[in-house]
Design a protein around this ligand. Structure first.
Ligand code: SF4
Length: 447
């Protein structure tokens, strides 16, 4: 029998890396040529669908259940993995007609895949589901830290666009009051520097031009392994790799980010001056309520240093609007902060109670009426900043990667901007300074 499967990755790029490993792990078991991967889950030949779920926000939870229901109704056999499982709704899962397997992302996963493929190929019995649940209930699912090694190959999805994600650590030691990730994924587990360097060499030799370095908290990389923050020790080793590529850092949690460390970044030729700094807010009282241990003075010193030392810097941040206790004064602090520092891109979230999050127990919740007003007000300020920046980019020359093109225009990601997060430029073909156009090509163009 054939094991024809596809995979769907919901939400974050950290999940995507795991999905890529799982796919390759399954394909590497293809002794009898009976295993086929299809990128389109709706392909008629696809019998099994792996759904890598997210549970970070109620909206991601709903999306996970909707996606599972959708393919269940299409009579595809469902394999569920990752964040939905530790806090799953058993009733929901048991109502499914075609739930085939739950695949915890733990140190058993490679054996589970091997065993399941072997078992599946032969026979499929409903009873398996219940035994999996019984087993799961017994073991604290996902409480045993698991992270893939560089020598476990993966199916790099984004290589054709010139970049790939490299996860340097998993999970998180912080306990931000609005976040439930530590409850789903437990404490931080870092990979060894040598392991990460090998994986990067591997991906660059496979034509990756950009390495997107990700984790839950990149600034704290290595604390669990080397007993001290070791991000910059890692970057020094990455800088020594004698290959042509660049790297970008995501999720730079700001509290232990020092000016000395920022100074070191100036020496890394491979570093793309992209600063992903999830500040969430600027008002000290709100930051305290978020259990984020830095204040407006620290934030301002970090931003001033970046603006004065990295002329080509691109700064991305996250804001949470309407957090409990945020009155007009605190909100105006956030507005003024956004206006003063003119961020290049901002991901704006509006607060809502997550039942498992500590902040859901906070009093002084705002009334619904204020939320729309505040979100609109902040969006207006941000749009005005983006318009001004776009105006300044006109008729300037940039370097970027072609994502798509037709006979008139091309969609280009400016090299400085992050894939999947920041906007693409739509550029008339005549403004592109290259003779041959093809996807992923790195080109110079006039905006
Ligand atoms: S740093 Fe805070 S928000 Fe980010 S994953 Fe950790 S606990 Fe959650």
């Amino acid at each position: 029998m054939k094991f024809n499967f596809s995979a769907i990755n919901l939400w974050c790029n950290k999940n995507l890396v795991d999905t890529e490993f799982v796919i390759w792990k399954i394909l590497s078991e293809n002794e009898k040529n009976n295993i086929n991967f299809f990128s389109d889950p709706l392909d008629k030949k696809v019998e099994f669908i792996i759904i890598n779920t997210c549970w970070f926000l109620s909206s991601s939870r709903e999306e996970a259940e909707e996606t599972i229901n959708y393919y269940d109704d299409l009579w595809k056999k469902i394999i569920i993995t990752w964040c939905y499982l530790p806090v799953r709704d058993n009733e929901f899962l048991l109502r499914l007609k075609n739930l085939y397997l739950v695949l915890p992302m733990d140190e058993e996963i490679e054996n589970n895949i091997k065993k399941t493929l072997k078992e599946k190929v032969e026979n499929f019995k409903n009873s398996k589901i219940n035994s999996y649940f019984q087993k799961i209930n017994k073991t604290n699912i996902n409480k045993k830290a698991f992270i893939w090694n560089w020598d476990s190959p993966r199916l790099p999805f984004n290589l054709s666009l010139g970049y790939e994600y490299v996860k340097i650590s998993e999970w998180c030691d912080n306990r931000c009051s609005f976040c439930i990730i530590p409850q789903i994924r437990w404490n931080q587990k870092s990979r060894e520097i040598e392991d990460i360097v090998k994986e990067i060499e591997n991906l660059v030799n496979l034509w990756a031009k950009e390495i997107e370095i990700i984790s839950q908290d990149t600034t704290r990389y290595g604390i669990d392994l080397y007993e001290k923050p070791s991000l910059f020790a890692l970057l020094e080793e990455i800088e020594k790799i004698n290959l042509d590529f660049k790297f970008r850092l995501f999720y730079m949690y700001p509290d232990i980010l020092t000016l000395d460390n920022l100074k070191k970044l100036k020496n890394f030729k491979k570093f793309i001056p992209y600063f992903d700094l999830p500040f969430q807010h600027i008002n000290p009282k709100i930051l305290k309520r978020m259990w984020r241990f830095y204040d407006d003075k620290h934030i301002t010193s970090v931003l001033d240093f970046i603006k004065n030392n990295f002329k080509d810097a691109f700064i991305h941040t996250n804001f949470i609007v309407w957090f409990p206790w945020e009155q007009e004064k605190e909100f105006n602090d956030l507005l003024n902060f956004a206006e003063k520092f003119e961020f290049d891109s901002v991901s704006m979230f509006w607060y809502h109670d997550e039942s498992l999050a500590a902040s859901s127990k906070l009093d002084e919740k705002n009334d619904d009426k204020t939320i729309e007003k505040r979100v609109k007000k902040l969006a207006k300020v941000l749009d005005k900043i983006y318009e001004k920046k776009e105006e300044n980019r006109k008729w300037k020359e940039f370097i970027g990667y072609i994502y798509d093109f037709d006979d008139k225009n091309a969609q280009i990601r400016e090299e400085k901007k992050a894939p999947e997060l920041d906007e693409l430029d739509v550029v008339p073909i005549k403004n592109i300074q290259t003779w041959i156009l093809w996807i992923w090509e790195k080109v110079n163009y006039i905006k």
